[in-house]
Design a protein around this ligand. Structure first.
Ligand code: 13P
Ligand code: SF4
Length: 339
């Protein structure tokens, strides 16, 4: 006789598994968007919003591909100053979007991912500059455009890697110059101008990490290649002591040099995104990145997806309080007037 409390013996019916969380969610993966669809959405939303997409030379290839203008910090500032679009989508980092907002208070400036910062800009604060000025009365403060609006607001001149030499050369002789924040760019300016400057101890983590050994390794692999070195690079002083005549180039300067040089191959000593721009503009020559790890994670935060979303929502916006904006505009305008 069977016991009524005993469990029912397993039937021969197939076991139906309990509903499960889809694997995709367990792995926290999202379905990759269709790139052609994303592009079409961006093109439509850009036209509907009378927007312009400005991209830095270090952006991802597909972002450079959709942009209206791709350039260096100086070229992007110039484009931001002259655009008649209502909306500027900045495919770059926060200080670049801020510069566009300073130049265009009436326009909507979008930065598709607000986390896109800059390690170099983070090395200096407005208070740091005020204290420095207090210790050096009468000094003129020249700050790299890779700084926050607050820092620009307490600066006398801005510069980029494309015009730093020209800006410092234009300053009256005998006046103390305080140069911030990049110490490698400062060393380049001192070499080129012969001017003495007090220098802030800042650097970009990507450029600082490029070692002379990385350059020498690629030179051994590509002995006929010409070097294109950005002045923010930590390796630049040691390489220059071995090759004193070597020129350093801003990212835009690299394009000009690659076009006019007789060389067919180039070792690109800066952030890897620059190779995309060089391959696009100078398609008949070969460009070798100095190191695969010379990659700025902030620059790569901008994607087709977040560009589409920013145009859809007109967010996230970058704005600058009016008192800071008015002060920060002066050194930027002085820079644009000089070079
Ligand atoms: P340029 O575009 O001025 O060459 O600057 C390089 C850079 O690191 C920008 O973040
Ligand atoms: Fe800043 Fe360096 Fe990135 Fe340029 S490459 S945005 S300087 S962290």
């Amino acid at each position: 006789m069977s016991n009524p409390t005993e469990p029912t013996p397993p039937s021969s019916a197939p076991v139906v598994p309990r509903p499960q969380v889809p694997h995709r969610d367990l792995l926290q993966l999202t379905v990759l968007p269709d790139e052609a669809e994303l592009r079409a959405d961006i093109v439509r939303l850009r036209a509907e919003n009378n927007a312009v997409i400005l991209a830095h030379n270090y952006q991802r290839p597909e972002v450079q591909g959709i942009a209206d203008f791709v350039g260096d910090s100086l070229g992007l500032s110039r484009m931001a100053a002259r655009t008649d679009a209502d909306v500027i989508v900045f495919a770059g980092v926060h200080f670049m979007a801020e510069t566009a907002a300073i130049l265009n208070p009436e326009k909507t400036v979008l930065l598709p991912d607000l986390r896109a910062g800059c390690s170099l800009a983070d090395t200096v604060t407005a208070q740091g500059i005020r204290d420095w000025k207090a210790k050096n009365p009468g000094g003129l403060v020249v700050t790299y455009v890779n700084t926050t609006a607050d820092v620009k607001a307490v600066s006398d001149y801005c510069c980029t890697s494309g015009n730093a030499v020209q800006i410092v050369q234009s300053l009256p002789e005998g006046v103390p110059i305080l140069f911030a924040p990049d110490r490698f760019l400062a060393a380049h300016v001192i070499r080129e101008t012969g001017r003495q400057m007090d220098v802030w101890d800042g650097a970009c983590h990507v450029h600082e990490a490029i070692r002379p050994e990385d350059v020498q390794g690629q030179q051994a692999a590509y002995p006929d290649a010409e070097l294109l070195i950005h002045p923010e690079c930590g390796c630049s002083s040691r390489i220059l002591s071995a090759i004193p005549d070597l020129q350093l180039y801003s990212t835009e300067g690299m394009i000009g040099r690659a076009k006019t040089s007789a060389a067919q191959e180039f070792i690109v000593v800066t952030e890897t995104g620059m190779v995309t721009r060089l391959e696009h503009d100078v398609p008949d020559k070969t460009f070798i990145p100095v190191s695969r790890t010379a990659c700025c994670e902030y620059m790569k935060m901008i994607t087709l997806e977040n560009i589409r979303d920013s145009l859809l929502n007109l967010q996230p916006r970058v704005t600058v309080p009016e008192d800071i904006r008015a002060q920060a505009l002066k050194p930027i305008e002085r820079m644009l007037a000089i070079g």
